[in-house]
Every structure is written in structure tokens, then in C-alpha cells.
Write a protein that binds this ligand. Structure first.
Ligand code: NAD
Ligand code: UFG
Length: 334
């Protein structure tokens, strides 16, 4: 298949690109590089062993998207492009609605104009909000607690309505839990600019010595050890989940929402412990107050992905940490 990956140079897009290219698909990466580096494209070429088509552009440029969809005879789109920093979305909601919602409208207009009707969308577990029960299954009420989550839910609603309007559409919304880790080559991974806001890249930089000490946000939650628990999923498992979703859509039209998680939760202290083993480094930490907006614990019910897509996330937290460490330690040598 010919597959367009919007935001394909970013963290999850680049790992998915590897999986798709290695399975023999023709991929086209479309990205405005607002949160990624062009060098990732050459690193991907090194992993895959062949050249990659990369188009620099913004998804809000509908005309450019139409040209790309036609020129490369695209069969399916995976829509990763978007902004994802929760705090920034609270400070600048218009930016988030413009990128994430307006960007998706532009993409859908381009797809309608070129009659491309197969789409996988990067949604997030953040659409669920405060748990009414756990694990979150796909029927759990949606009630996002920040503008970033609002944009993901708005897009899901738009996609549902679009699929209802025309039975030819094939749409999967994948609700990711906490993607971490890196490709086994150590060439690509999660490399946020500035101080990382997420646990795993922060831990990795403490292990290399770039950052002094991890602040553990809260140790008085009602969880196994008092620290927050999340459903961490290896980015390569997540990447494979996208390929499974595309195969599923080949045979099933309509609108589908599926969780991509492991079904298990891991605490912050358990992550620290696994990272110390993987890196053979002591991680300095201190207990800090709870972070605003954090939930104590959430994790996925992952059964639907297994039954519908024939996919499960199998890689362990230890593999997540060792691959993240391989990537981070090779980055800091450069
Ligand atoms: P990322 O920032 O690494 O990748 C997103 C890519 O999209 C970047 O390369 C960025 O340059 C590009 N981009 C952003 N706005 C664009 C625009 N208007 N036009 C063209 N390109 C644009 O993030 P990621 O972690 O790879 O996330 C990919 C998707 O998955 C996002 O939609 C994100 O909201 C979603 N998601 C991520 C997580 C996570 O924890 N990483 C969790 C749930 C959902
Ligand atoms: N944490 C720390 N110290 C840090 C960073 C994080 O203790 O320096 C803790 C958090 O309090 C939380 C856990 O580590 O308990 C995970 O935090 P992350 O920031 O890594 O991830 P979140 O669960 O807060 O959110 C992530 C993405 C969201 C996405 C969500 C989907 O950042 O965009 O997963 O489940 F919506």
C-alpha cells in the first residue's frame, strides 16, 4: 500500500515508518518539523536501507496535501501530526485547536477531494479523563480535562460523524496510553527539545548526567507504592498496532475506536528501578508535590485490540527502559 504519514518525522510516526517500510509498504512522510528534526529522515533511511519520500509542509495547507495524495497515489493516511504538550495547550488553546482540529479538517478536505477514504488517527487515553472505573475500556465515558484532550475528542467526534455520513469511509481512532522506549538500533527515539515533561525521557537524561535529579510528583497517592501508575507501552508495539489497524480497515469500513495499551500499570518508582537496571546507573530522585492535573492511576483494557486487530503489546517495561537508554546514551555521545 501507499501510505501517507502526517507528522511522520515525529516520535511515534518515525517508529511506525520503520515497521511499515520493513513490511514492504511505500511510505510518504509529511511534516512541518515544528517538533522534529530533518536528520531523523536520514536516520530512518539508514535503518530501512533505502530512500524515503519526505515532504516538508503543514497539514493546514490543503492544496499541498491534495498534490501529495495524488502524486504518490496514496491509499491510506495515518494522521500523527499534532501538538501534544498538555501545559502549552492550557496556556494557548487556540494554537492547539488550530493545529489539531483545523489541521485535521484540512486533511479530511484533501482526502475527500482525492477520494482517499482510509484513515488511522492518533488519539489518546487522555480523552477519558477522571476514571469512573478502571481499566478504561472503549465504552468508558469521555471527559477530557485539558484543551489538548478536548482537541483529540473533537477530532474523534468529527471522524465519527464523517463515517456516519458516507459508508465508504474506513476510520480507526487509536487511543494510545503512554508510549515510551525506542527502536532497537538506538538511532531514533523520544528526544524532546528543552527539559522533558514526560517521565521516561527525563529519567534517561538523569541517567546520562544531563539532568541532576528526578522529581517524583507525589508519593501519597492510593497506589501500590504511593506514586502515579501508568500503562507504558513500547513504541515499537504501538507502531505494529498501526499496521494491524491498517490491515483491519482493509476489510472493515466504518468508524472504530480502539485502545492501544498493555492492560498493566507501572508506578514511577518501578520505572526508576527498571531504568537503573537497564542503564546500570543510579537515578537520583526526590519526592515533590503532586503535579497539577495528574491522575493517580489509569490503564487500558486491551481486549478489543486483541479481538479486532489481532494485536497485543508484548514488550516489557525492562525492554522499554533498555531501548530508551540505548537511544539516549548514544545521543549524548554526539
Ligand atoms: P511528536 O511531536 O514527536 O510528533 C508529531 C509530529 O507532527 C512532529 O514531527 C511535528 O513536527 C509534526 N507536526 C505538528 N503539527 C504539524 C502540522 N500542523 N503540520 C505538519 N506536521 C505537524 O509527537 P508524538 O509523540 O510522535 O505524537 C504523535 C501523535 O500521537 C500526536 O497527534 C499526539 O497527540 C498523539 N499522542 C501522543 C502520545 C505520547 O505520549 N507521545 C500519547 C497519546 C497520543
Ligand atoms: N512523573 C514524575 N516526574 C516527572 C515526570 C512524570 O513523577 O518528571 C510522573 C507523573 O506524575 C505520572 C507519570 O510520571 O505519574 C507519567 O507522567 P508522564 O508525564 O510521562 O505521562 P502522563 O501520563 O502525564 O501523560 C502522557 C502524555 C499525554 C497523554 C497521556 C496519555 O504526556 O500527552 O500520556 O495517556 F495524553
Amino acid at each position: 500500500m501507499n501510505i501517507l504519514l502526517t507528522g511522520g518525522v515525529g516520535y511515534i510516526g518515525s517508529h511506525t515508518a520503520v515497521v511499515l517500510a520493513q513490511a514492504g509498504h511505500q511510505i510518504v512522510l509529511f511534516d512541518n518539523l515544528c517538533n522534529s528534526l530533518k536528520e531523523t529522515v536520514s536516520r530512518l533511511e539508514k535503518i530501512i536501507g533505502s530512500s524515503i519520500v519526505f515532504v516538508e509542509g503543514d497539514v493546514r495547507n490543503t492544496e499541498l496535501l491534495i498534490t501529495v495524495l495524488q502524486e504518490y497515489q496514496i491509499d491510506s493516511v495515518i494522521h500523527f501530526a499534532g501538538l501534544k504538550a498538555v501545559g502549552e495547550s492550557v496556556a494557548n488553546p487556540v494554537l492547539y485547536f488550530s493545529n489539531n482540529v483545523q489541521g485535521t479538517i484540512s486533511l479530511l478536505q484533501a482526502m475527500q477531494a482525492t477520494q482517499v477514504n482510509s484513515l488511522v488517527f492518533s488519539s489518546s487515553a487522555t480523552v477519558y479523563g477522571e476514571p469512573v472505573y478502571l481499566p478504561y475500556d472503549e465504552e468508558h465515558p469521555t471527559n477530557p480535562i485539558n484543551p489538548y484532550g478536548d482537541t483529540k475528542l473533537q477530532v474523534e467526534i468529527m471522524l465519527r460523524d464523517l463515517a456516519n455520513s458516507n459508508p465508504d469511509w474506513k476510520i480507526a481512532c487509536l487511543r494510545y496510553f503512554n508510549p515510551v522506549g525506542a527502536h532497537e538500533s538506538g538511532l531514533i527515539g523520544d528526544d524532546p527539545s528543552g527539559t522533558p515533561g514526560n517521565l521516561m525521557p527525563y529519567l534517561a537524561r538523569v541517567a546520562t548526567g544531563q539532568l541532576e535529579c528526578l522529581s517524583v510528583f507525589g508519593n501519597d497517592y492510593e497506589t501500590r507504592d504511593g506514586t502515579g501508575e501508568r500503562d507504558y507501552i513500547h513504541v515499537m508495539d504501538l507502531a505494529e498496532g498501526h499496521m494491524a489497524a491498517l490491515s483491519f480497515l482493509n476489510a472493515h469500513a466504518g468508524f472504530h475506536v480502539v485502545n492501544l495499551g498493555t492492560g498493566k500499570s507501572t508506578s514511577v518508582l518501578e520505572c526508576v528501578n527498571e531504568f537503573e537496571k537497564a542503564s546500570n546507573k543510579k537515578i537520583a530522585l526526590r519526592f515533590a508535590p503532586r503535579r497539577d492535573g495528574d491522575l493517580p492511576i489509569y490503564f487500558a483494557k486491551a481486549d478489543l485490540a486483541k479481538h479486532k486487530l489481532g494485536w497485543t503489546a508484548d514488550r516489557s517495561v525492562s525492554e522499554m527502559c533498555s531501548s530508551a537508554w540505548k537511544f539516549q546514551s548514544s545521543q549524548s555521545k554526539q
